[in-house]
Design a protein around this ligand. Structure first.
Ligand code: AMP
Length: 146
């Protein structure tokens, strides 16, 4: 069975490189379409959801910066046309699942830090995305910085 549409979730850090490289190889080998998604998380979530001030302007700036970074990312990986890049707002797990369903993706690729111990209890995006995913999920192991 080959994949037809692969969705890569990117956090737009330098750690994306191994994830994206693996995704490109898989897409080529499967002759699959490749799409990327970056999710901008609500600022209020970082403060536990209850913030007594208006964060909308800061949030807009964060969104604009993310768009610039995603555009630069697309230039770096020149296989990414405008309809292959998605910038969404919300909780990464929900947004990645929603987009995978909406776009008819049959494989989601995420990076994984291979956390263990307490860090594992705190959770990871890879773990989160795996649970309840609408299709296969590939977690690409990310090496710890030396
Ligand atoms: P984390 O567990 O948060 O360190 O992230 C591991 C992987 O989850 C990253 O390599 C990405 O594939 C994905 N990821 C994390 N944050 C985001 C985000 N905001 N948008 C899209 N994907 C993300």
């Amino acid at each position: 069975m080959s994949y037809t549409h692969i969705l890569v979730a990117v956090d737009l850090t330098e750690e994306c490189d191994p994830v994206m490289t693996r995704a490109q190889v898989l897409a080529r080998n499967n002759q699959a379409k490749l799409s990327v998604v970056h999710v901008v998380e609500p600022m209020a979530m970082a403060f536990g959801g209850d913030v007594p001030m208006d964060l909308s302007m800061l949030q807009q700036q964060q969104f604009d910066q993310a768009r610039e970074r995603l555009d630069a990312f697309a230039v770096k990986y020149n296989e990414l046309a405008a309809d292959q890049r998605h910038l969404t707002y919300g909780q990464p797990r929900q947004e990645i699942h929603r987009l995978a369903e909406e776009q008819g993706c049959d494989l989601i690729i995420v990076g994984s830090h291979g956390r263990h111990g307490l860090a594992l209890l705190l959770g990871s995006t890879a773990n989160d995305v795996l649970h309840g995913a609408p299709c296969d999920v590939l977690a690409v192991r990310l090496k710890k910085p030396e």
